[in-house]
Design a protein around this ligand. Structure first.
Ligand code: AMP
Ligand code: TRP
Length: 326
């Protein structure tokens, strides 16, 4: 059995990009692996958060985890800050990483663009992520494409420490889905769908009502060619809609191109509305059942304890290697 680890930040607006790029594979991977899924609340405070809202978002994401099909009997589901090992290991990794490699991270460059000074947490964010992964000896890390660079950094740090201190960490591999690994914004298909974009029609959130989903898809930016074919460079809007359609329906892009041969964009969009609404309906129903339940709190508490037991073992091993403590 392989160890699988991944995490999602507890911010609002979890969208179909998060679902198709990450959450959907979390569910598949829990069947045949030893899977651990985290709600990474300490990552989310790299930007300002309202404490009351943050607590609610932690529960929102936990409920969505379970609503999409994560089962606390099969996977460990827990909140990052419940396990002290993440912060502890993060410091040790910080002392074995370089400002040069962190400066090259695209996410940091984007978030600090044009600023003379940025919060240190934004800079060291990828190290905390490396700590999350290495703390659990993860073999596989299912994530969207945007996290590729962070996984590479995690591998580099693990290999560096293994070389210097002897075998300490499992070197993890990222796992990316074929369709859905990079869902683009509906209003601007050249940038990725994001939780924080101002325009709510740029994304479809997992909890959006059917009328909102319809509006967002019908408004989605396309092109004036009028031909339905997959061509990211020249037709990023239509290609994005086809990718989403393919990921939700299981039909391949080629099958979709055939199905919509000589049809208009309106037809494609209408069908995509239906497919999306139908895919999200059971998730939304389960979410409403679980969000305010004791079952959810119990799952997180139990998950935190199980995660901590694994983390403590790793920390003991790491401290031994580094000669920390007695
Ligand atoms: P985050 O919301 O940044 O915590 O991301 C949670 C997971 O969703 C990560 O695995 C991301 O790589 C993935 N993800 C975020 N945005 C997208 C997107 N637009 N398309 C595909 N995957 C995404
Ligand atoms: N950085 C990831 C994101 O923004 C979230 C994350 C934090 C994560 N720690 C992780 C993902 C560990 C996988 C493994 O999407």
């Amino acid at each position: 059995m392989k160890r699988v680890f991944s995490g999602v930040q507890p911010t609002g607006n979890i969208h179909i990009g998060n679902y198709l790029g990450a959450l959907k594979q979390f569910v598949q991977l829990q069947e045949e692996n030893d899977a651990i899924y985290c709600i990474v609340d300490m990552h989310s405070i790299t930007v300002p958060q309202d404490p009351k809202v943050l607590r609610q978002h932690i529960l929102d994401v936990a409920a969505l985890y379970m609503a999409v099909g994560l089962d606390p009997k099969k996977s460990i589901i827990f909140v990052q800050s419940d396990v002290p090992g993440h912060a502890e290991l993060s410091w040790i990794l910080t002392c074995n990483s370089y400002t040069g490699e962190l400066s090259r991270m695209t996410q940091f460059k984007q978030k600090s663009k044009g600023k003379e000074s940025a919060p240190t947490g934004l800079f060291t964010y990828p190290i905390l992520m490396a700590a999350d992964i290495l703390l659990y000896d993860a073999d596989i890390v299912p994530v969207g494409n945007d996290q590729k660079q962070h996984i590479e950094l995690t591998r580099d740090i693990a290999i560096r420490i293994n070389n210097k201190y002897g075998e300490t960490f499992v070197v993890p591999e990222g796992q990316f889905v074929k369709s859905g690994a990079r869902v683009m914004a509906l209003d601007d298909p050249t940038s990725k769908m994001s939780k924080s974009a101002e325009n709510p029609h740029s994304r479809i959130s997992l909890l959006d009502e059917p009328s909102k989903i319809k509006k967002s898809i019908m408004k989605a930016t396309t092109d004036s060619e009028g031909v339905i074919r997959f061509d990211i460079e020249n037709k990023p809007g239509i290609s994005n809609l086809l990718s989403i359609y393919s990921a939700f329906s299981g039909l391949s892009i080629e099958e979709l191109e055939k199905k919509y041969d000589s049809q208009g964009y309106g037809t494609l969009k209408k069908d995509l509305v239906e497919i999306t609404v139908d895919a999200l309906a059971p998730i939304q129903a389960r979410y409403r059942e679980i969000r305010d339940s004791q079952e959810l709190l119990d799952a997180l508490k139990d998950g935190g304890q199980r995660a901590n037991a694994i983390a403590e073992k790793t920390m003991k091993r790491v401290k031994d290697r580094f000669g920390l403590g007695l």
